[in-house]
Design a binder for this molecule. Structure first.
Ligand code: FES
Ligand code: MG
Length: 612
């Protein structure tokens, strides 16, 4: 008889009845299960179906999310895989975030999505979950939530869009969005050209077709050992291969339940994350992924504290950039896929990887690579270069330190257009925030030359909630018209993974911190950037810096400026308590870029009970 009717036997917490999640508490545990069955049966399920392993599928479709346009088809294919392997699929929604339709920023909502994911995965009676995601912040949010929930899960990536074509030239979101917009601003393209390009930049559903944050995160999932290597990270959103990936993922999730230690906190070790960082460097991945990976790592009780920003730089020093994709190179995700995708890359990187890391298949990475050989071919070597013929010899992403960024700053050196700028000393041209920049950047009076260093403050995690992707400061119009295409630019914000240029980001601590040196940089100050020494310094003597910081605090106090009414370095800089709702939660609890911009109460050593 079904367990709810056997009043003399305690109800087992077993996979078979989908009871891993605690039952809603109606006091009487048998009645609780009885009641749960009442409602699920109203949907037509039989006791036999309900006795199978229950696999959740997270639906992140939204009319506002073209990167997730194929989610309905992926769900159908995934269900097929689950059913054919003896599981019962159950679909449920969570928050869906698209880059362009999320105000103030998608990053502001990432932690909300991670909380939604964690809580819904824990709350509902599922044994494991397939998380469908793709657009930039989605996969990080799901990995963060999934690791904290600590129930077996697999990511199912929506996949990249196809490239478009304008007058015979291929274009793709969003590196070419930015390049072409810069040409329009410089007067090289007219309105008809740019309108035609607008129609073709995103010609199908799917995620941005270059090595932006979405593609980077999907490659990192393969590096972590969580997605199938041949097609899981790279097959196009609109391809039949992507649907087969969905079916295989459903099947793999049911099979994985037969393997011990599929809980993410057991499956993923430090080595899995070191492999992911190697992949990040070898793909010339997005700077955003640095913030996301730190947030993901800091959710993991056994890995937190063993990897920090410095680890990214150390791994970079031994890892060449192999994947020739925009913005560091020339190609699109579909080319990467046709060249062998992550299977080719992981085979090339083999000497640099930790082969004992476990994968979703139950095999170690070494065993998985042995079982799935890659047969090389000439086109593959063009797009996924061999170790001895890289696109960039090492350190595509570098981490800088100095008086201006004692907790670090990040730069994608491989995407610099003018390599002279990697070692450069120049005078600061300072903008206090994005509004100030928008007002003055194109003014004929702006005191700026091509040797100047453009500095943008006020776009850190607290200063401008969500740390907007405004770090790619546009070249001032008057210089653009003279043919200047790159300048050294510095901010406490982020930039899109699809963007390029010599750009230093994620200055930590951010300028909104009253003790921040970056916060007191003034027009005309000299700044030195030296990539070889990994140094970024404000060349102003220490006494003067101290004087400026005290003056700034006094002014803030006397103005009773809301944002400085109360401050304590690790605690609250703003009168944050007065903010209501999610905004209040965000401002009171977000940590800095070098910590992942997570909420302090969600990290593995944050307050509260953690799920084991
Ligand atoms: Fe979704 Fe670029 S906008 S991946
Ligand atoms: Mg992006």
């Amino acid at each position: 008889i079904p367990p709810e009717y056997d009043l003399n036997t305690p109800i087992p917490v077993s996979t078979a009845t989908g009871l891993r999640s605690s039952l809603p508490n109606y006091g009487d545990i048998h009645f609780s299960l009885f009641l749960r069955k009442v409602f699920i049966k109203s949907l037509g399920y039989t006791d036999e179906s309900l006795s199978k392993p229950i696999i959740g599928i997270i639906d992140t479709f939204s009319s506002f999310n073209p990167c997730h346009a194929n989610v309905p088809q992926l769900i159908e294919a995934c269900k097929r895989g689950i059913l054919s392997s003896g599981g019962l699929p159950m679909v449920f929604p969570t928050v869906s975030i698209h880059e362009s339709f999320s105000s103030p920023t998608s990053m502001y909502l990432r932690n909300l999505m991670s909380m939604d994911t964690e809580e819904m995965v824990m709350a509902q009676p599922i044994d494991a979950v397939v998380m469908i995601g793709g657009c930039d912040k989605t996969v990080p949010a799901q990995l963060m939530g999934g690791i904290s929930a600590n129930k077996p899960f697999l990511p199912l990536i929506t996949g990249p869009m196809m490239p478009g074509s304008v007058k015979g030239v291929r274009v793709g979101a969003c590196t070419d969005c930015r390049n072409n917009w810069a040409k329009y601003r410089a007067g090289e393209l007219d309105i008809e050209d740019i309108m035609g390009i607008n129609e073709e930049l995103a010609p199908t559903g799917g995620t941005c077709g270059v090595m932006g944050t979405a593609s980077t995160m999907s490659c990192l999932c393969a590096g972590l050992g969580l997605v199938e290597l041949r097609a899981g990270a790279t097959s196009a959103a609109v391809s039949s291969a992507r649907l087969r990936v969905a079916e295989m993922t459903g099947k793999a999730m049911v099979d994985a339940l037969k393997v011990d230690a599929m809980k993410p906190q057991e499956l993923l070790s430090r080595e899995n994350f070191l492999n992911a960082i190697t992949v990040l460097q070898a793909t010339g991945g997005s700077t955003n992924a640095v913030v996301h990976l730190l947030a993901i790592i800091n959710r993991h009780p056994k890995v937190k504290g063993t990897i920090d920003l410095k680890t990214f730089d150390e791994i970079g020093k031994n890892t060449p950039l192999l994947v020739d994709l925009k913005p560091s190179g020339d190609n699109y995700m579909t080319d990467f896929h046709n060249a062998g995708g992550m299977l080719a890359l992981m085979h090339r990187l083999r000497p640099l990887l930790h082969l004992n890391a476990r994968t979703y298949t139950g095999q170690t990475l070494g065993e998985l690579l042995d079982a799935t050989p890659f047969k090389d071919f000439p086109y593959s070597r063009q797009v996924v270069r061999p170790l001895n013929d890289p696109l960039h010899p090492q350190s595509s992403l570098v981490v800088l330190y100095g008086n201006m960024c004692p907790d670090g700053a990040v730069m994608k050196a491989s995407a610099s257009k003018d390599k002279k700028l990697l070692k450069h000393r120049g005078r600061a041209c300072v903008f206090q925030n994005t509004a100030d920049m928008a007002e003055r950047i194109d003014s004929a009076e702006l005191d700026v030359t091509k040797e100047s260093i453009l500095v943008l403050k006020g776009i850190g995690p607290v200063g401008n909630p969500g740390m907007p992707e405004a770090g790619m400061i546009p070249i001032p119009m008057k210089l653009g018209r003279e043919g200047v295409t790159d300048m050294l630019r510095i901010s406490d914000g982020r930039m899109s993974g699809t963007a390029g240029g010599t750009i230093i980001l994620h200055i930590s601590p951010e300028s909104a911190d009253p003790d921040s040196v970056f916060g007191v940089v003034e027009d005309g100050d000299f700044i030195t950037c030296d990539i070889d020494e990994r140094r970024l310094s404000l060349d102003v003597d220490e006494q003067e810096i101290t004087r400026r910081i005290s003056k700034r605090k006094e002014e803030a106090e006397s103005r009773k400026h809301r944002k400085a009414a109360r401050y304590a370095r690790e605690n609250a800089w703003t009168d944050r308590v007065s903010l209501r709702g999610y905004r209040g939660l965000y401002e009171r609890n977000v940590n800095q870029a070098h910590q992942g911009c997570d909420f302090d109460f969600l990290t593995a050593d944050g307050p509260g009970i953690h799920r084991e």
